[in-house]
Design a protein around this ligand. Sequence first.
Ligand code: FE
Length: 130
Amino acid sequence: MQAGDLYQNADWKTEKHVPVIDCPDQVAVDELCEVKISLGKEIAHPNTTEHHIRWIQLFFKPEGAKFAYQVGNFEFSAHGESTEGPNTGPVYTHHAVTTALKLTKPGTLLATAFCNIHGFWESSKAISVK
Ligand code: FE
């Protein structure tokens, strides 16, 4: 078995686990570009002590390159835990993140996410550089 076999993909409009990558389709070389990654854009994913998104990771693979580069690793650590028991805590980290990056080459952004009970999910989006 390979790690990649564990990653699921689907249409984010009908599947609440798929990361949605929001960013421009094209950027200029060295232009600072915001990238927002969220889950459950159309269908909300739960955020409870028992069922939540643990992390999102973002990678960039330049066109024609062999290897991808890690852009960021974003952890969501609070899901209602407290000494009173599950879902009684005062804070729940929402599973969305906005980061910013600059590119010098076109390629593909790849987002991965992990649900504590439904495993690994992925999606990608091409971005061109003028
Ligand atoms: Fe889930």
